[in-house]
Design a protein around this ligand. Structure first.
Ligand code: GLY
Ligand code: MN
Ligand code: MN
Length: 436
């Protein structure tokens, strides 16, 4: 059995930050069609899930400090629809099993929301994400305000994006969440090892993807937390390559960026390894620069450091590598200053990780980078990408794409690498591949 996050503790943590005249409103959308009448597999909205554990589609959650903090609007039981779509907890289930103090059919939201908004001065709601929800919220605020003219109650005057409170609390992972993140990391590491062992010249990128997905599903994951990148050779220089249709060739590197989602929490791992089983001399040299950059960046992920310290450490070490490899010339500080390193390292080094692969939480506050706290989880993922047609680059480096990505828990004792179960040093990778 997977550990279950303590959703009531999540709500309590938000409520402790919320004055009595503020409320949170979040929505989980309807299933979406892929084409015809075939639907995508439903995945709940992360805010709704985090607050309640509710996974049924089409739901709204209203949270406000008081006697009855949690109100849920859910799909009611419907015997005929359940024959096609499966069992639903329904309104009673929301109260009985999900901690709702009050629950209504979703269709009652326009009627009930103006009442719930009485006495709410500030509403935490993500405007401009869903036009239908925006219309519903604006209509409800308008009706609430008209009614309040007679009662003298306050109604929403101020709106906050959930990043202000809800996402700030989500950013600091609780023990139940970390248990799932560790499991997602473990399964993802196992999948990367299986993918390494399945790699040889003539195997396709999609065959490697199938090994990843197979390992995820067998381990109880519901699948990938994002579309896996399985990029042989120069495909690895396309940062968001997800086509995964080519055949792997002897002599090239394979970059795999894939993470399993376990209990809706995802891992995010990238490894790059030689299809033949052995790095060429130039591949190993480039790889070691990326690895050194990653190690320097991980070492910067300590309590009290600025979020940007991680990227700065990676950029400095990568830029040294670019000069060593003949990609750039001159002085490290100058190449950082004029940003010429961006030609070969054009993305950020870290993002928050959790229910979403690029998880919620601000990266800066009033123009200043935020400082790191224990309980935050982030990726560290430096890379080096040399376009095939880069005529300024040494010919042996053209078409090379390398990224190394791990998931890091910030702790008072220092950075903890959650994804250490997959080899990373060139020697360890070659040793594993030699055993295929
Ligand atoms: N897999 C997405 C990322 O690395 O950011
Ligand atoms: Mn990432
Ligand atoms: Mn990734």
């Amino acid at each position: 059995m997977l550990p279950r996050p303590n959703f009531a503790a999540h709500r309590d943590a938000v409520l402790s930050q919320l004055p009595p005249d503020e409320a949170v409103l979040v929505f989980s959308g309807a299933p979406t069609l892929r084409n015809g009448d075939s639907e995508h597999r439903y995945r709940p909205d992360s805010d709704v899930y985090w607050l309640t554990g509710w996974t049924d589609p089409t739901c709204a959650v209203f949270l406000r400090a008081g006697e009855e903090p949690l109100t849920m609007f859910v799909r009611p039981k419907d015997r005929e629809r359940e024959v096609w779509e499966g069992w639903r907890p329904g309104v009673d289930g929301a109260r009985r099993d999900f901690g709702a103090d009050a629950a209504f059919p979703y269709a009652d939201l326009p009627k009930e929301l103006p009442r719930l908004l009485q006495g709410v001065r500030a509403l935490h709601y993500a405007f401009a994400c869903d036009a239908d929800n925006d219309t519903l919220v604006m209509g409800s605020v308008s009706r609430a305000a008209r009614k309040a003219k007679r009662t003298g109650m306050v109604t929403p005057e101020t709106y906050h994006h959930p990043v202000r409170v809800l996402h700030e609390v989500r950013l600091h992972k609780q023990p139940g969440e970390l248990a799932l993140m560790r499991e997602a990391a473990r399964v993802s590491a196992e999948a990367h090892v299986a993918a390494m062992l399945a790699t040889r010249p003539g195997v396709t990128e999609y065959a490697i993807e199938s090994v990843l997905i197979d390992t995820f599903l067998r381990s109880g994951s519901t699948g990938a937390g994002y579309t896996p990148i399985v990029a042989g050779g120069a495909n690895a220089t396309v940062l968001h390559y997800v086509t995964n249709r080519d055949t792997l060739e002897d002599g090239e590197l394979l970059l795999v960026d894939a993470g399993a989602e376990v209990g809706f929490y995802t891992a995010d791992i990238t490894r790059t390894w030689p299809v033949s089983g052995r790095f060429t001399e130039v591949q190993r040299r480039a790889y070691e620069h990326v690895l050194a950059a990653q190690e320097a960046a991980i070492a910067a992920a300590v309590v009290g450091a600025a979020f940007t310290d991680i990227h700065d450490a990676a950029v400095r070490r990568l830029t040294e590598g670019m000069i060593d490899l003949g990609l750039l010339e001159g002085d490290v500080d100058e190449r950082i200053e004029d940003a010429s390193f961006k030609r070969y390292y054009m993305h950020g080094t870290s993002h928050w990780l959790g229910l979403d692969v690029h998880d919620v939480g601000a990266y800066a506050s009033e123009g200043a980078p935020r400082s790191l706290h224990a309980g935050q989880v982030l990726t560290v993922e430096p890379g080096l990408y040399i376009a095939t047609d880069d005529e300024d680059a040494p010919a042996a480096l053209r078409g090379l794409g390398i990224r190394i990505e791990d998931d890091i828990l910030v702790t008072p004792e220092g950075p903890e690498v959650l994804t250490a179960g997959v080899p990373k040093s060139p020697d360890a990778i070659e040793a594993l591949l030699a055993g295929r």
